[in-house]
Ligand binder design. Structure first.
Ligand SMILES: [Zn+2]
Length: 154
């Protein structure tokens, strides 16, 4: 008697589990695009604590975005020109600096070129002048993120 009961119970559990599985899988396939859109509208824009930097008008669902994701910025900021924006969510930024040559009492021009994270809501293009801020290491070569476009390419 007890065996039969347990068997019945097991069967019922199995059936419900199957039903649930079917339901969830079909739901996922049907509602994925609309869910994504709804999420974008729910995302809140936050300030990053750098004076003069305003959040972008568009939103994104990038988890490594300083405005819409969880990425914190701290440390140094620079302004440079985007040299390449071909890689996905990554671009290279370059700027010049002056180094003193003591022996000749003159300066020489030097360049700094680094990889930076380019979030989809900012989407800086090649030739733009951008402000970048230091953040935690995002990959082997990326420690900076684009926070604003200071001047669009003419
Ligand atoms: Zn964003």
């Amino acid at each position: 008697m007890s065996d039969e009961k347990s068997m019945k119970k097991k069967k019922a559990v199995k059936e419900t589990a199957e039903k649930n599985n079917q339901k969830t899988s079909s739901d996922k396939i049907q509602y994925t695009p609309s869910e994504k859109k709804a999420d974008l509208s729910k995302i809140e824009t936050r300030g990053i604590g750098i004076t003069g930097v305003n959040p972008p008008e568009t939103k994104c669902d990038d988890k490594n975005c300083p405005f819409h994701g969880g990425l914190k910025v701290r440390g140094r900021t620079f302004v440079g020109i985007v040299k390449s924006a071909k890689a996905k969510k990554t671009s290279t930024v370059e700027w010049t600096r002056w180094k003193i040559i003591k022996k000749y009492e003159r300066y020489e021009k030097r360049k700094t070129k680094i990889c930076v994270h380019n979030p989809p809501c900012i989407n800086a293009a090649e030739g733009d002048e951008v402000m970048i801020a230091e953040c935690r290491p995002l990959s082997k070569t990326k420690n900076f993120v684009v926070v604003s476009i200071t001047r669009k390419k003419a």
